[in-house]
Design a protein around this ligand. Structure first.
Ligand code: ARG
Length: 466
């Protein structure tokens, strides 16, 4: 990155009598990070130029020169030969300077009826729109991996937990589909955010609009925006759309973090419910036996980073008077890092869930240990006429007896069970099986294998097609 530049080459040097100090130059420059917007800056400029030519503000020759120059700049950027300069502050001025070097006066005319304020807001929205599509795609791969595993494990029985205590038997598939449901809502949120991101600020100029006869609808349609940000002050100043994205990303990461926590627990020898493929784990430099679940642990940690960006952006915006303030330059790094973090995390998780190796034996053992079918026994008594509260009490006594005998409820004899309620009959033991418990929960959203398969199919049908 070069920082040598004649003061007169600065776009705004005319008013100044001394060059900006080196520290201030470095402090105020954003080109180190906003060069990532270059592709969108060029797209926006092409649409702006076409509109200017359409309303007679640029000649056909100027337009052709601009198109040629901008396309060459894109080629240079793609090839890595473009010379970025800190002295030129940001991506916009870097491109404009190169354009003028390449094509002369037409390059200087491009900024007619435009300000960097509406330009940068447009660039971020274009970038974010594309990024949301990428995130949705990565999220769809993770949802698909969960659904595939869920279908395979619609009958694999594990204990369901409340308070992290064994509660009732469920299927592993049912458990995974809970995450698929969370991620489906995350996708809905992204779609909603995208619609509000997809509006055009260009034409607002610095803040008040412009005295030229511009055609904002045309620019909007050239860039594929669904609408125009109508109030010019609002268009250049608010970054609520970036905050909304970071909010949706925070919720998504919160869900990822819950899944991470479970994977980490399930991988311990206390649970042993799953094996993670080696490529998602690392060893210890001191303890040779270790296989650590680094990917889920890091994802759990990175959730905090994304929440931090949400707080950062909210705080960045609060207290800013209308319209544009340089504070807004600080929107990019948190936004970019949010997107990078979420994308990497989703891609890693999609692959990791695909490769997940559930351990049905260990799950079953755990389900048998925790009196998970106690509710089924209570329900059995209720169906025979006992009020639920009395049934609850009778079964609680049965559980206590089993705890004392250090056996399962199903290991108690018919006579022993009858002692807790005379309503118990020979058919009781089938109610106490894990399979019977699952099968009984056969309604919309229940854990019965048929319901889980239906849920999986439904979840599959909501995946976006890319
Ligand atoms: N680099 C600036 C940003 O990211 C571009 C807009 C600057 N506008 C200005 N009038 N200084 O916000």
């Amino acid at each position: 990155m070069s920082n040598a530049l004649n003061q007169k080459d600065k776009a705004w040097s005319g008013r100044f009598t001394e060059p900006v100090s080196e520290l201030v130059q470095r402090y105020t420059a954003s080109v180190n990070f906003d060069q990532r917007l270059a592709r969108y800056d060029i797209q926006g400029s092409l649409a702006h130029a076409e509109m200017l030519a359409g309303v007679g503000l640029l000649s056909a020759k100027d337009l052709a020169d601009l198109q040629h120059g901008l396309s060459q700049i894109q080629t240079e950027i793609d090839a890595g030969t473009f010379q970025w300069s800190i002295a030129l502050e940001d991506v916009h001025l870097n491109i404009e300077k190169r354009l003028t070097d390449l094509i002369g006066d037409a390059g200087k005319r491009l900024h007619t009826a435009r300000s960097r304020n509406d330009q940068v807001a447009t660039d971020i929205r274009l970038w974010l729109r594309a990024t949301i599509d990428e995130v949705r795609q990565a999220l769809a791969s993770l949802r698909l991996a969960l659904i595939d595993q869920a279908e395979k494990h619609a009958q694999t029985i594990m204990p369901g937990f409340t308070h992290l205590q064994v509660a009732q038997p469920i299927s592993f598939g049912h458990h995974l589909l809970a995450y698929a449901a969370m991620f489906a809502r995350d996708d809905e949120r992204l779609v909603e955010v995208r619609a509000r991101v997809n509006r055009l600020p260009l034409g607002a100029a610095a803040l008040a609009g412009t005295s030229y006869p511009i055609d904002r609808q045309k620019v909007a349609s050239l860039l594929g925006f669904e609408a125009v940000c109508e109030n010019s002050l609002d268009a250049v100043s608010d970054r609520d759309f970036a905050i909304e994205f970071t909010h949706a990303a925070s919720l998504l990461m919160m869900h990822i973090s819950r899944l991470s926590e479970e994977l980490i627990l399930w991988m311990t020898s206390r649970y042993g419910f799953v094996v993670l493929p080696d490529r998602f784990c690392t060893g210890s430099s001191i303890m040779p036996q270790k296989k650590n679940p680094d990917v889920p642990e890091l994802a759990r940690g990175k959730t905090g980073r994304v929440y931090g960006h949400l707080m950062g952006l909210l705080t960045l915006m609060k207290g800013q008077p209308l319209a544009y303030n340089k504070d807004n330059q600080e929107d990019k790094e948190p936004l970019f890092d949010t997107a990078d973090t979420v994308l990497d995390t989703l891609r890693a998780f999609a692959e990791m869930i695909q490769g997940l190796e559930p351990q049905p034996e260990a799950m079953r053992r755990a389900a048998l240990e925790g009196y998970a079918t106690a509710t089924d026994l209570a329900d059995y008594l209720v169906k025979k006429g006992l009020p639920f509260r009395d049934a609850h009490e009778a079964v609680a006594h049965a559980v206590r007896a089993a705890v004392q005998k250090q056996c399962g409820l199903e290991d108690l004899s018919l006579a022993e069970l009858k002692a807790f309620s005379p309503l118990v009959e020979a058919d009781v033991h089938q109610v106490l099986t894990l399979e019977g418990s699952l099968k009984a929960r056969n309604h919309l959203g229940g854990t019965a294998p048929d319901q889980v398969k239906a849920q999986a199919q439904k979840a599959r049908s909501t995946l976006p097609k890319f």
